[in-house]
Design a protein around this ligand. Structure first.
Ligand code: ADP
Ligand code: MG
Length: 274
């Protein structure tokens, strides 16, 4: 479903990604491991259109999203991202954080469809226009009500319904990250990218976040997870990617990569982290 072909990224003279090629299937769970500075975050950021690749292709559902002409908003609806530092909106409540993107997008889509109909020939422009305003308000209300219900459903699944009206500053790191994760689920993405989701957490909160990720992993949703949690990677991932100096040095099943690493650099990395 995602095919990355010879992806490169350079900042001025610094080559950060040096030709990444990989296929990620529907529902596949991929763990990306490797030393600091090897380009793992840059790789994820390219997949989510947060960075423009220098060259190469990222084919997602048949469309090259590395091409500047694609609509980034449409891509981001389908590819969610979870960051090390949570990236919640601190001036919005938990509920607002979860609802904001889906409500905005659904209202925008509704307007767009209406506008399209408006320009169809032989329509009664005045009547349509007047209807639109009333309909738009009504539709907005319906969208907000549906997304509110969905947000409460998501919060109940992580036992945080009582935090719906709280602000992020009042939450623990583990709570913030679990909310950031269900916030991506509210968009119904096909893929979720995780960039070291537990690295900023106190040790006692790592488990609650990994447990939530394991529950999501049972669904038919693709997950690409940059992590230093090797036990978790081994348990959850179908495929392990070991990155070094902007390249995929080694790729295979957890058994292949963890139990029988082929490359000296991989062995050296494991000797430090396992
Ligand atoms: P990782 O996530 O594996 O630690 P990164 O993708 O964050 O690696 O970074 C890879 C390299 O790219 C590092 O040398 C980093 O300094 C460099 N880099 C990342 N982002 C930028 C940027 N915006 N400008 C310049 N260099 C960058
Ligand atoms: Mg990183």
């Amino acid at each position: 479903m995602i095919e990355v072909i010879n992806l490169t990224k350079s900042y001025k003279k610094l080559d950060v990604l040096n030709g990444i090629s990989v296929k990620i299937n529907d529902g596949e769970k991929v763990a990306v491991i490797g030393p600091s500075g090897s380009g793992k975050s840059t790789f994820l950021r390219c997949l989510n259109c947060l960075e423009d690749p220098t060259s190469g292709q990222i084919i997602f559902d048949g469309v090259d999203i590395a091409d500047m002409k694609v609509n980034i908003n449409i891509v981001r609806q389908k590819i969610g991202m979870v960051f090390q530092q949570f990236n919640l909106f601190n001036n919005k409540t938990v509920l607002e954080n979860i609802m904001l993107a889906p409500v905005t997008i659904k209202v925008r889509q509704y307007r767009k469809n209406k506008l399209f109909n408006f320009f169809l020939p032989f329509t009664n422009i005045f009547r349509k226009n007047k209807l639109n305003k009333i309909e738009l308000e009504q539709t907005k209300k319906e969208i907000i009500a549906a997304e509110k219900k969905n947000a409460f459903d998501l919060l109940s699944r992580i036992d945080l319904v009582d935090k719906a009206n709280a602000y992020p500053a009042t939450l623990s790191g583990g709570q913030k990250q679990r909310i950031a994760i269900v916030r991506t689920l509210a968009m119904n993405p096909k893929v979720i990218l995780f960039d070291e989701p537990t690295s900023a957490l106190d040790p006692e909160m790592v488990k609650e976040v990994l447990d939530l990720m394991k529950r999501i992993a049972r669904r038919n949703i693709s997950m690409i997870i940059v992590t230093h949690e090797m036990g978790f990677a081994k348990e959850v991932a179908d495929k392990i990617i070991f990155m070094d100096e902007g390249k995929i040095l080694e790729m295979g099943t957890p058994e292949e990569v963890f139990d029988n690493p082929k490359e000296a650099r991989t062995k050296e990395f494991f000797s430090k982290v396992l």
